[in-house]
Write a new protein. Structure first.
Length: 110
């Protein structure tokens, strides 16, 4: 069965824990209007019970304006829950977008 370009771009998120129990969300695809809520929901499910959540964005090669707003809103929401959302292994294209919008420092991108 052939996959369409859009089905290859859907956001998928897998959860892993590092050796000290910190959750790591392995994100792949695009964070856009259609998938922004998935990202927010996954982080929210962890932010109330973990002091730190890592979001590995090495597999996210595109973020649109809705996705960018969602990432920022999710960061603020997690902070309100007493959790630090850390974006790690950010794909170079996404890092460029965060640099252009001056959000790299705000979001503590690693």
């Amino acid at each position: 069965m052939a996959t369409t370009p859009s089905s290859q771009r859907l956001l998928t998120i897998e959860r892993h824990d590092d050796e000290d129990g910190t959750p790591i969300l392995i994100c792949k695809g695009r964070i856009n209007l259609e998938s922004a809520n998935l990202f927010r929901t996954e982080v929210k499910s962890l932010s109330t019970s973990h002091p730190i959540v890592h979001a590995d964005l090495s597999g996210v090669d595109a973020v649109d304006s809705s996705g960018l707003g969602s990432v920022l809103g999710t960061y603020v929401s997690a902070k309100g829950d007493g959790c630090e959302l850390k974006l790690i292994n950010v794909h170079p294209r996404v890092k460029d977008l965060l640099n252009i919008t001056h959000l790299t420092a705000v979001l503590g991108v690693q």
